[in-house]
Design a protein around this ligand. Structure first.
Ligand code: KG4
Ligand code: ZN
Length: 348
């Protein structure tokens, strides 16, 4: 069965085609294309929702054509069209949903609306070394920071989450204060390589509280205060602030992830979402996991940030396991706010 996946929840238009084979085999990625709007939004220092929606409209059909051309298959070969139904920017989501439903209707094929975070969470199944259930997932993106216990496909238990800013947001906002471009995470991480991570003792809120929640809102105030105090015009100051900021975020993520493994008695951790591409986070998590004898799975860097492959993969796995059926119902809706624990876990 061939499943086309369309992602358009934020500032990346992603399209991919996966194929399901035998029930016991994981679906295989046949082709994928991605267009990132980052350069367009950079001038505004963040994602402008209306511009994002309009750009998705411009990109999505050519990307579908490109994916089918690179798989050397006609549109008529598609069996199911999947799209990101939420959470995300309403207008941006509507472009993917509308395109998916129009395409499916024209082919008389069923559609499926997929949860964006479930896509991130299942993205390690695109790798050569996929995890086994159960595992703890650290979802760290621009909009979310959550620890989830993944018992089985569709069976997700929220262990803890941020009470204010997301980890990616903390990277982005701190980067902005340091005069770096958008998206700030990769830029801040690059500069941090030249700085001292213990130059400034930035706050690690909730680190010692007996829960699995996070709080990153106070970090930007500390970064702002330090920027005013020492300035960041000198490259060394900028690098030191960046390195200390990254260290504060990474330490909290690592310690809370390990605590989640301990509390649930789970021995596998999956890191997903854009911040999962951060090298320092990977190094420190890997080292800490080795000490504890637990395994960490990282999606390849290209599957950490938003992409169509994870949406097609999530749809394929849901279909294959019988958790959900695709329906020929083209009256689409989107869910800009949609808790992951609300996705269905049993065949309806
Ligand atoms: O998952 P994602 O692509 O989009 C959302 O669904 O939010 O995550 C984007 C976030 C941004 O905040 C970006 O700055 C951050 O991931 N990010 C990074 C890195 N690469 C992307 N943060 C730190 N280090 C990186 N290398
Ligand atoms: Zn995302």
């Amino acid at each position: 069965m061939l499943i086309l996946g369309i992602e358009s929840s934020c500032d990346e238009t992603g399209v991919a085609l996966v194929q399901t084979r035998e029930v016991q085999d994981l679906p295989v990625l046949l082709a994928q294309c991605l267009y990132t709007q980052a350069a367009m939004h950079e001038a505004f220092g963040g994602v402008v929702p209306e511009l994002a929606s309009r750009d998705h409209i411009r990109r999505v059909v050519p990307l579908v054509e490109q994916v089918m051309a690179s798989a050397r298959l006609p549109l008529s070969a598609i069996d199911v069209v999947a799209y990101t139904k939420g959470p995300g920017l309403a207008g941006a989501l509507l472009v993917g949903a509308g395109t998916a439903c129009a395409l499916a209707a024209s082919l008389a094929k069923p559609v499926m609306g997929i949860h964006h975070l479930e896509g991130h969470l299942l993205s390690p199944f695109l790798s050569d070394d996929p995890p086994e259930f159960p595992f703890v997932a650290l979802l760290v993106s621009g909009g979310h920071t959550q620890l989830m216990l993944v018992n089985a496909l569709g069976n997700y238990q929220l262990l803890g989450e941020t009470i204010d800013d997301a980890a990616g947001e903390a990277f982005d906002k701190s980067a902005k204060l340091l005069g770096l471009g958008y998206p700030g995470g990769p830029a801040l991480a690059a500069i941090a390589m030249h700085g001292k991570s213990d130059a400034y003792a930035f706050p690690r809120p909730l680190l010692h509280q007996p829960n699995l929640n996070f709080s990153f809102a106070g970090l930007k105030t500390a970064v702002l205060t330090q920027c005013k105090k020492s300035g960041y015009e000198l490259p060394q100051h900028q690098a030191d602030i960046a390195a200390s900021t990254q260290a504060a975020i990474v330490e909290v993520l690592v310690k809370k992830s390990l605590r989640a493994l301990e509390e649930t008695g789970t021995r596998r951790l999956v890191v997903a979402g854009g911040v999962g591409a951060n090298r320092d986070l990977r190094q420190q998590l890997t080292a800490a996991a080795q000490r504890k004898g637990v395994t960490v799975h990282y999606p390849q860097a290209e599957w950490c940030t938003d992409n169509g492959a994870m949406i097609a993969m999530a749809a394929a796995m849901r279909l294959q396991s019988g958790v959900e059926q695709a329906l020929a119902n083209y009256a689409f809706d989107v869910l800009p706010r949609w808790p992951l624990t609300h996705v269905s876990s049993v065949a309806e």
